[in-house]
Design a protein around this ligand. Structure first.
Ligand SMILES: *[C@@H]1O[C@H](CO)[C@@H](O)[C@H](O)[C@H]1NC(C)=O
Ligand SMILES: *[C@@H]1O[C@H](CO)[C@@H](O)[C@H](O)[C@H]1NC(C)=O
Ligand SMILES: *[C@@H]1O[C@H](CO)[C@@H](O)[C@H](O)[C@H]1NC(C)=O
Length: 393
């Protein structure tokens, strides 16, 4: 019986989870390497997940769109984003499966920590740390880096199981999960050192620390922060972009900035670096938001209205995700456009916060995000169609 077969039987979520657990449990104590998973329970080299906002009865805030490597665009999520058998639940759920994979290393970071678990958390002062959210999970051979926008997510490891917080329901949220070979996690650790994340739970066991010393340092430093106070370190680079090739060979670019960068990520760095105009989705309800900016040769326009996957159209105030899409194929004619998914907004305060974005040049992913941008703020401050705005401003 496959996943679809099971859901046609209309099993309850709990029963479905149990069935899938039995079906996919590796036999005889064998190990399955840490990976991103898709909604079918298959290992995925990467996925993008667009959690839709709560806008009406049909869109209850727990529905999502999913696109993994090889798909032709957005597909409707199989159930609720809180479902432990879905792509997010299965991927993040590996964190809570004790002993199945031998030694694992993990880092959970979020500038908005899980609420109900304060006592188990450690780390430093929130507003000095990066405006960053993510999960790093790996074993001795491979793992994933999940970058997302959801407050108070995910639960600490000691909670024992995956769940999605109520606070992540009202607004749109984004997730990018990429599976990487072990070697890449040293680079990811270095990007996190620049980001200065607010780590609230982590462990990098001895057996892995020497293989990924930068990750071990991020974890160790976070444990010390509670006692010491500040995350400032003058030796840190203010920003760095690096290519990150997935396990399956897809070439991503990670942009990471720290506090001392003191500028808007998209306008000052990503747009010129990708040689692209960008339409940017971010949390417009933060204070001191930066207006659209056409001053550096590339147009960076704030999105005002969205329709991801054309499923539902809604105002940007209902969307907490942080992503950017180029208006064309990165400068050269015929090239696929860029999509960047990350964790930092366009606002004054966040110029002085760590954060970043993970970018990919891919025709399918570009189309999926490009068509989600409906209305944009032009540089004249008027609102208009995102797709004519670039030509007219
Ligand atoms: C997700 O499921 C857990 C139980 O597993 C529950 O406590 C939590 O409230 C649910 N979250 C949402 C958003 O419904
Ligand atoms: C915390 O303080 C100790 C003792 O002064 C020092 O060795 C350590 O490097 C400090 N850690 C951080 C993260 O500042
Ligand atoms: C840091 O950002 C600037 C733009 O502000 C860019 O020119 C420079 O190449 C970046 N540095 C690195 C190491 O990527």
């Amino acid at each position: 019986m496959n996943f679809e077969g099971a859901s046609r039987l209309q099993l309850t979520t709990e029963m479905l989870s149990l069935v899938l657990l039995i079906l996919f449990q590796p036999g005889g104590g064998g190990t399955s390497p840490i990976t991103c998973y898709n909604d079918q329970g298959e290992a995925a080299d990467w996925f993008y997940l667009y959690k839709l906002p709560h806008v009406d009865e049909n869109n209850d805030g727990q529905r999502y769109l999913l696109m993994d490597k090889g798909s032709e665009g957005w597909a409707d999520g199989q159930g609720s984003v809180n479902d432990s058998a879905g792509a997010l639940g299965r991927t993040v759920g590996q964190l809570y499966e004790q002993g199945k994979n031998g030694d694992i290393a993990y880092i959970l970071y979020n500038d908005q920590r899980p609420k109900a678990q304060k006592k188990q958390l450690f780390g430093g002062p929130g507003n000095e740390c990066g405006h960053t959210k993510g999960v790093v999970l790996l074993d001795k051979t491979q793992g994933y880096w999940l970058v997302h926008s959801t407050p108070h997510f995910p639960p600490v490891k000691d909670m024992g199981q995956f769940s999605y917080p109520e606070s992540g329901v009202p607004n749109g949220q984004n997730f990018i999960c990429v599976t990487y070979p072990l070697e890449r996690f040293q680079i990811i650790g270095e990007q996190l050192q620049i980001n200065q994340p607010s780590v609230y739970d982590c462990d990098v066991p001895e057996s892995l620390a020497s293989l990924v010393p930068a990750l071990a340092a991020v974890c160790k430093k976070s444990r010390e922060l509670l006692a010491n106070g500040s995350f400032q370190d003058s030796r840190l680079a203010s920003n760095r972009s690096v290519p990150l090739t997935s396990l399956g060979g897809t070439k991503f670019i990670s942009f990471a900035k720290g506090r001392s960068f003191n500028n808007d990520l998209y306008h000052s760095w990503v747009a010129p670096s990708l040689k692209s105009n960008l339409l940017v989705q971010f949390w417009i309800r933060s204070t001191g938001i930066l207006p659209s900016d056409c001053s550096l040769g590339w147009k960076v326009l704030d999105i005002r209205e969205l329709a991801p996957g054309d499923r539902v159209t809604y105002d940007v105030a209902k969307d907490h995700s942080k992503w950017a899409v180029s208006t064309s194929g990165g400068g050269s004619a015929g090239a696929a456009g860029w999509v960047c998914v990350g964790d930092i907004n366009r606002d004054k305060a966040e110029e002085k916060r760590g954060g970043g974005t993970v970018c990919l040049q891919d025709a399918t992913v570009w189309k999926a995000y490009s068509t989600a941008a409906i209305q944009c703020e032009m540089c004249s401050r008027e609102t208009g169609s995102c797709h004519t705005a670039v030509r007219e401003t």
